[in-house]
Design a protein around this ligand. Structure first.
Ligand code: ADP
Ligand code: UDP
Length: 238
C-alpha cells in the first residue's frame, strides 16, 4: 500500500468525506457509516457500512477497469479509505433502470417491478436543496455543466457499466434493478467517479425478489448492513 498522508478535508457529503493528499492529483475518499435517504431527511449511522462499502466499491471499480471502463479508483488504503484521482465532477447523476422502482414509479405511475426493455436512462441535477430534479441534455448544455461530447460519453459509459454489472449480479443470483453513476474529468479524460455500492443501486434476489440494497433503509426493512454484506459475499468480495 502507498504511504500517503491524509491532508485537509475538501468536503464532507452525506456518506463520504474527501481529503487532499500530498499529491495534488489525488484525493482520499473516506467512507463513513452515515446513511441518508430522501435528500438527507432520513439519517442514521449504520455500524460497519463504511468498511463494507469501501471494499465493495473497490471490487466493482476494479472489475469495471478490467472490462475497459476508466475510473478514478487507484487503491485501497485502509478499511474505510480509498485513494482516488481528483476529478472535476460533473454535477449530474446518471441513472440506468432495468426494472421500474423508486422515483420513476411515482413520476410515471408505474408498478414496481415492470421490466424496462430496453433499459431507460435519466439525468438528475445534483442539488439536495432542489431534491435532485430530473433534467435533460439541453439543461446540461445551457448551464454548461458538461459538453455535448461528455454527455455522449456519460450515456455510453453508463450503459457499458450496465452490461458488465447486470451479468456480474445475474451470475451471483441477483438482479441489478437500477443504479446511479457520477462522472468527472481528469487531465482531459472523462472518468467514472464517486462510488458503486448498495447505497446507490437497487439489487434484488433473483428468486425471491427480496430487496437487498438501500431500500432496506428507506423502507425500514432492517438488516441493512447485513444485506450489503450478503450481496458482497455472493459476488465473492472477501
Ligand atoms: P453526497 O452527499 O454529495 O451525495 P457523498 O457523501 O457521497 O456525497 O460525498 C462524496 C462527494 O465527493 C460527492 O460530492 C462526489 O461528487 C464527490 N467525489 C466523488 N469522487 C470524487 C473524485 N474522485 N474527485 C472529486 N470529487 C469526488
Ligand atoms: N440514487 C443515488 N443517489 C441519489 C438518487 C438516486 O444513489 O441521490 C440511486 C438510487 O439508489 C437508485 C437509483 O439511483 O438505485 C434511482 O433512484 P430513484 O430516482 O429511483 O430515486 P429514489 O427513489 O432512490 O430516491
Amino acid at each position: 500500500m502507498t504511504k500517503i498522508e491524509k491532508g485537509d478535508l475538501v468536503n464532507s457529503g452525506k456518506a463520504k468525506s474527501l481529503y487532499k493528499t500530498s499529491d495534488p492529483d489525488l484525493y482520499i475518499l473516506h467512507y463513513r457509516d452515515d446513511t441518508s435517504a430522501f435528500d438527507g431527511e432520513k439519517k442514521e449511522s449504520l455500524e460497519g457500512k463504511g468498511k463494507t462499502n469501501n471494499k465493495f466499491n473497490a471490487f466493482i471499480m476494479q472489475e469495471l477497469e478490467k472490462q475497459g471502463v476508466a475510473t478514478h479508483f487507484n487503491e485501497l488504503l485502509s478499511e474505510t479509505d480509498s485513494l482516488v484521482k481528483k476529478l472535476k465532477m460533473i454535477p449530474v447523476e446518471c441513472v440506468v433502470r432495468n426494472i421500474a422502482a423508486g422515483s420513476i414509479c411515482k413520476r410515471l405511475g408505474l408498478k414496481e417491478g415492470l421490466e424496462l426493455n430496453p433499459p431507460t436512462f435519466e439525468f438528475f441535477y445534483k442539488d439536495d436543496d432542489l431534491h435532485d430534479p430530473m433534467i435533460n441534455d439541453f439543461h446540461i448544455i445551457s448551464f454548461k455543466w458538461a459538453t455535448e461530447n461528455e454527455i455522449t460519453q456519460m450515456k455510453e459509459k453508463t450503459f457499458q457499466v450496465n452490461e458488465i454489472l447486470k451479468r456480474l449480479f445475474a451470475n451471483a443470483g441477483m438482479i441489478l434493478v437500477d443504479y446511479k453513476l457520477e462522472f468527472g474529468s481528469y487531465k482531459g479524460d472523462l472518468l467514472l467517479g464517486d462510488e458503486f455500492t448498495p447505497d446507490g443501486c437497487r439489487v434484488w434476489d433473483s428468486e425471491t425478489r427480496e430487496k437487498l440494497d438501500k431500500d432496506r433503509f428507506r423502507q425500514d426493512l432492517g438488516d441493512v448492513v447485513e444485506s450489503y454484506k450478503l450481496i458482497a459475499e455472493r459476488l465473492g468480495i472477501t
